[in-house]
Write a protein that binds this ligand. Structure first.
Ligand SMILES: C=CC1=C(C)c2cc3[nH]c(cc4nc(cc5[nH]c(cc1n2)c(C)c5CCC(=O)O)C(CCC(=O)O)=C4C)c(C)c3C=C
Ligand SMILES: [Fe+2]
Length: 426
């Protein structure tokens, strides 16, 4: 039976009543989920409060968008949208509505105010009712085709396209498919719960109806914090720790150097934004699983167990590409993945990738699985592109992977309360 409170309280209000908020507390069994489930809403429920990590709420508004230097959550739901509206005001209106919904959902509220009108569909799709915000973040970017498509300045934005937002060149060994590539807008949703992440994308798609459609999407995961015996770098589906060599997201100087677009280096609207590159990279895990441990370690240039560079003992020790074995050969092979990705170590990117599985390839019967590679950089032409050019030509890893999807997006700066993501662009 529904009570009056059910009709008027948002998820966030309920979390607050239960003594839950940014502090990271969540009602345990019989807590918020049960309150929603039974319709019994009372502050009394707070006595059942127990500490649970998923209660966390991350701030939505700020100088930068969330989900970029945010420590990586366990799940991603990525969606690329195409605009079907005809006017710039359609795109602007969409960003206004999406910002409002994103700000609410990340704080544990429904996507919009419920009317509870029995004759209308509910405003929110409902599957996140009773779930905590789970560190939900939404990160919005705009693709090259929002500015010009087939030579046409479709929304009067062509002059605002930054030179850094160029189509990526074709890399050798790419086998890109349209169904996993491109998009006028890219939305990265991350959360510590897959249903919370899916709910956010689903509601954005609902809000976009008539203005934008999903072009392609990909769900991804890494191990959950709960499953990890110890905190630390997650392993990819090839069994190696992935993320070790990332720059430190708490180092503001490093982030200004690697991630954030600085004033005057791009179009003014991109200051405090960044460029996001996503690549759907399929792994030939059947071949990988038949390769020897020695081969696997030589492929990455790191030890599988510890994650340390070959010849080292500690995961985070400096990568020394000059070290030689007794015969004078480099300990870390020159064509290993880390040697080529590292280069001279001066050009870096921030990786935020997830594993994916999509059943089997019906043609080959092999698992369709791999890495949904996501990275952020302040100038793809100077960072991602030269790096991927080196990798695509000589990386030992190429024997076991194939890039099947690709997209690049200019991630807008963050929004202030009362403003919206994309405000500087329109
Ligand atoms: C162009 C950028 C990169 C692509 C594409 C890429 C694909 C890719 N990477 C792995 C697994 C690992 N990558 C590792 C390190 C690493 N990779 C890149 C860039 C790309 N990777 C960089 C910049 C680095 C760091 C290099 C450094 O300076 O140290 C590692 C080692 C551990 C780590 O540092 O994360 C692994 C493992 C896969 C499986 C993959 C495509 C499927
Ligand atoms: Fe890599």
């Amino acid at each position: 039976m529904e009570t009056k409170n059910d009709q008027t309280l948002s998820r966030r209000q309920l979390l607050k009543m239960a003594g839950v908020g940014g502090a990271g507390l969540l009602l345990g069994a019989g807590g918020v989920g049960t309150l929603f489930g039974t319709g019994v809403v009372s502050a009394k429920g707070s006595k059942a409060a127990t500490a649970q990590p998923n209660a966390d709420i991350l701030p939505f508004y700020g100088t930068y968008q969330q989900g970029i230097i945010t420590p990586q959550q366990d799940f991603i739901y990525f969606a690329a949208f195409d605009i079907i509206g005809k006017k710039q005001s359609d795109v602007r209106g969409l960003f206004e509505k999406w910002t409002a919904a994103a700000a609410r959902m990340t704080q544990g509220e429904t996507a919009g105010d419920e009317t509870n009108n029995q004759h209308l569909p509910p405003t929110d799709t409902g599957e996140a009712i009773g779930l905590t915000p789970s560190k939900l973040t939404l990160t919005f970017g705009v693709g090259p085709t929002l500015f010009t498509k087939d030579g046409s300045d479709r929304f009067g934005l062509a002059s605002k396209r930054p030179s850094q937002l160029a189509d990526l060149p074709a890399f050798s060994a790419d086998e890109l498919q349209e169904e996993w590539s491109g998009g006028d807008i890219g939305v990265q949703v991350c959360a510590n719960d897959p249903q919370v992440a899916f709910h956010a994308i689903r509601n954005l798609a609902r809000i976009a109806r008539g203005t934008a459609v999903i072009r392609w999407s990909q769900a991804g995961f890494q191990r959950t914090e709960k499953a990890a015996a110890q905190p630390g770098t997650a392993r990819n589906l090839m069994g190696f720790k992935d993320g070790t060599g990332n720059p430190d997201v708490t180092d503001a100087n490093a982030m200004n150097d690697v991630v954030w677009v600085q004033p005057s280096e791009s179009k003014a609207w991109m200051t405090n934004g960044t460029y996001m590159i996503v690549r759907r990279i399929r792994m030939r895990i059947e071949e990988w699983d038949r390769s020897t441990l020695k081969d696997q370690e030589a492929t990455f240039g790191r030890s599988r167990n510890s994650g340390a560079p070959i010849g080292g003992t500690d995961e985070f020790e400096k990568l020394d590409l000059e070290k030689k074995d007794a015969s004078g050969k480099p300990l870390i092979p020159v064509d290993s993945h880390v040697a080529l990705a590292h280069g001279d170590g001066k050009v870096r990117i921030l990786r935020r990738s997830y594993s994916y599985t999509n059943g089997i390839d019906s043609k080959t019967g092999q698992l369709d699985t791999g890495l949904f590679f996501v990275c952020f950089n302040r100038d793809p032409l100077k960072q991602f592109v030269p790096m991927q050019t080196r990798l695509s030509k000589s990386d030992r890893l190429n024997e076991y992977i194939v890039h099947v999807g690709s997209a690049v997006f200019a991630c807008l700066p963050g929004a202030a309360p009362g403003g919206f993501i994309g405000q500087q662009l329109f």
